[in-house]
Ligand binder design. Structure first.
Ligand SMILES: *Cc1c(COP(=O)(O)O)cnc(C)c1O
Length: 411
């Protein structure tokens, strides 16, 4: 890649990717890789899925963009599919382009809710509690929400209104709620932070606390949603009866096309029956590119296929297979396999192998995998994340796991 004009914000691998086909990626030198990264859990139907390509091309010939100043027919249909088939709770969708934007959006809804439902002294509530090791994005809002200091360094002062608590610590959470708290935001499975699932009893405690203190229950499903964890949404794999208020989505929703959305519940927030979704009226939020005809048509093809093919069940089955396979190797460098469905983290045992100076164990192993022809993704310092496409053929999954076995057993 000719990169002297590209801002060097990424630690990039030393090859250029030029072509994708199913769960294989090809670099400029013609080398083929088994793809267990899938654009960071984004290309949920693999690369160049014919249904997705066809929808994209057909729409490109008709109309790519026209602005939300006008009706965009596919938007209503896509929103309906997401609300009924994926979220499964009455509510409304706002379309945006990325996970960070979706999180910024639900933070805005929570703040508006805090104005409508102020503290006892009449001042607006505005604080959102989030968790250590969480990841919510890189914009000023979503970065401030993220409970990882390393992504905030030298970007201070941060947006005010966030407080970070240990994940899965109900006592600490309860103690952190104050008069100005208006919501609690979490990932059902922390992706970037190391593939850490929320404990079901903790998730229930969060919901209980939200009810008790009139807080919004906010879920970041950007990585764990859209069938990845073996259920349509990540929280349903852990606590199916949970009724969130706000949900942010991106990554898998577009199957590789830039797309995001957030969902706002229709639930009544007062005795007169005001719906939460009604507090975001005309002029309250917007996005030039949110839900363009092109993005909408592409995402509609992805979501329709995810549901039609019951890829959630497939992810659940293949995820169990993956975990059982890795655990059956009984390798000294593997502590265990965390996660659900096809959002999996191989926990590397600290100190069980030598790591070159300046690298993390996960970063080092990820590089070795790449050299062996397998693309994975680190999650935190000690976890190798495996997030293949949900339609990965079983023989390609087995092929990738064999490459992984080779790398791990040579450590
Ligand atoms: C990737 C990710 C984001 C940020 O999404 P972008 O599309 O990169 O802005 C937010 N939350 C979670 C859980 C993510 O995994």
């Amino acid at each position: 890649m000719k990169n002297q004009y590209v801002l060097p914000t990424y630690g990039r691998a030393p090859m250029d990717m030029v072509r994708g086909e199913g769960s294989y990626l090809y670099d400029a030198a013609g080398r083929r890789y088994v793809d267990f990264c899938a654009g960071i859990a984004t290309c949920c139907l693999g690369h160049s899925h014919p249904l997705v390509v066809e929808a994209l091309c057909a729409q490109a010939h008709k109309l790519m963009h026209c602005s939300n100043l006008y009706g965009i027919p596919g938007q209503g249909e896509l929103a309906e599919r997401i609300v009924t088939d994926i979220i499964g709770i009455p509510g409304k969708i706002f379309f945006c382009n990325s996970g960070a934007e979706a999180n910024d959006g639900i933070i805005k809804v929570a703040r508006r809710f805090g104005h409508r439902h102020p503290a006892a002294d009449g001042s607006p509530r505005y604080e959102v509690i989030t968790f250590l090791k969480s990841f919510h994005g890189r914009t000023l809002g979503s970065m401030a929400a993220t409970g990882q200091r390393k992504i905030q360094v030298e970007f201070d002062p941060l947006l005010v209104g966030f407080r970070y608590v240990d994940f899965n610590d109900a006592e600490a959470l309860r103690a952190a709620v104050s008069d100005v708290t208006c919501g609690i935001l979490l990932e059902a499975i922390q992706g970037e932070g190391g593939v850490n699932p929320v404990q079901p009893e903790f998730l229930r405690a969060v919901a209980e606390l939200c009810k008790e203190r009139d807080l919004l229950l906010m879920l970041d499903e950007v990585q764990c949603g859209f069938c990845r964890c073996g259920t349509t949404m990540g929280w349903k794999a852990i606590c199916p009866e949970l009724q969130p208020d706000l949900v942010s989505c991106a990554k898998g929703i577009g199957g590789g096309f830039p797309m995001g959305c957030f969902w706002v519940s229709d639930r009544a927030i007062d005795a007169t029956g005001t719906e939460l979704s009604s507090i975001m009226g005309p002029g309250s939020h917007g996005s030039t590119f949110g839900g363009t005809p092109l993005a909408t048509a592409t995402s509609l093809a992805v979501v329709t296929e995810l549901v039609r093919g019951n890829y959630a069940a497939r992810a659940a089955r293949l995820g169990e297979q993956l975990k059982a396979t890795v655990e059956a190797w009984h390798l000294p460098c593997v502590e265990g396999v965390r996660g659900l469905g096809l959002l999996r983290g191989v926990a590397l045992k600290p100190g069980s192998f030598a790591v070159p100076e300046g690298q993390t164990p996960a970063g080092y192993v990820n590089g070795l995998c790449r050299e062996a022809g397998l693309l994975a993704c680190p999650a935190g310092a000690d976890t190798l994340r495996l997030i293949p496409a949900l339609n990965i053929p079983e023989e390609v999954l087995a092929e990738g796991l064999e490459l992984l076995r080779g790398v791990l057993s040579a450590l």
